[in-house]
Each structure stands twice: as C-alpha cells, then as structure tokens.
Design a protein around this ligand. Sequence first.
Ligand code: HEC
Length: 113
Amino acid sequence: MNIKYIIGLFILIINNSYANNMQIEQNLSLTLAKKNACLGCHAIDRKVVGPSFSDIAKRYNYTQDPIIIQALSYKVQKGGGGSWGVVPMPANAINSQDAKAIISWIMTIKNKK
Ligand code: HEC
C-alpha cells in the first residue's frame, strides 16, 4: 500500500461521514417538519396552502443569516401573512429551537426542476 492510496482512502472515509452527517441532519429536520404539521400546508417543491420550501429558500437567497432565520421563526410561531399572498399562516405550536432548525434546513432546499 503506498502513501497516496492511504491518504486517498482516508479522505474518502472523512467525506463519507460528512455526507452522512448532513443526511442525518436533513432527515431530522424533515422529521421535525412532519411532526409539527408543517407539511400539511407546505411541500418541498410545489405550492400547497403555503409556498413551497424551495420557493422560500430561493426568495431568501438560501440564507443562513441568523437574524433572518430568527425573524422567520418568530413568524412561524406567531403566524402572519402578506408576504406570499392573501392566505396568512396561522400560529404554530412549536418552540423556537425547532422552528429555527426547520427553517435553516428549508434554506438548503433547491428545486430540482
Ligand atoms: C395552515 C397552513 C400552514 C401551516 C400548518 C404552516 N404554514 Fe408556513 N405558511 C403558510 C402560509 C399560507 C404562508 C404564507 C404567509 C404569507 O403570505 O406571508 C406560510 C409561510 C411560511 C414561511 C415563509 C414566511 C415568509 O414571511 O416568507 C415559512 C418559513 C414557513 N411558512 C414555515 C412553516 C413551518 C416551519 C411550519 C411548521 C411549523 C409551517 N410553516 C406551518 C401556511 C402554513
């Protein structure tokens, strides 16, 4: 076994576990979104009652800015409207930590179309 091979293998393993962690985090957020009934009104890539998650991510330019995430989390908790159309979002019984985790995940969603 030469050294290049060993380094290559090492990088492969690191990359893999990084990808797996991302996957696990994304699954956790999806589970949270399901648990909190967000998916009753939102879908990943099409409008339902509320805008699609991919449209939301696009509008906010895939931001991870904590101030924007905080503001959206507040809106998810308290409800509100006027940004996407005439139908407002009702208040959701969710804590801010979970809301922020879901929103941060939403911001990573790109439409595959
Ligand atoms: C009863 C339907 C309904 C449920 C349940 C719901 N939403 Fe919404 N959501 C909406 C509607 C309608 C809008 C558009 C509001 C507007 O025009 O400002 C919206 C908007 C949003 C936005 C964008 C807000 C903005 O100002 O751009 C986010 C983020 C969001 N929802 C996340 C969530 C999350 C996370 C959950 C679950 C905890 C959730 N929603 C549950 C209907 C819903």
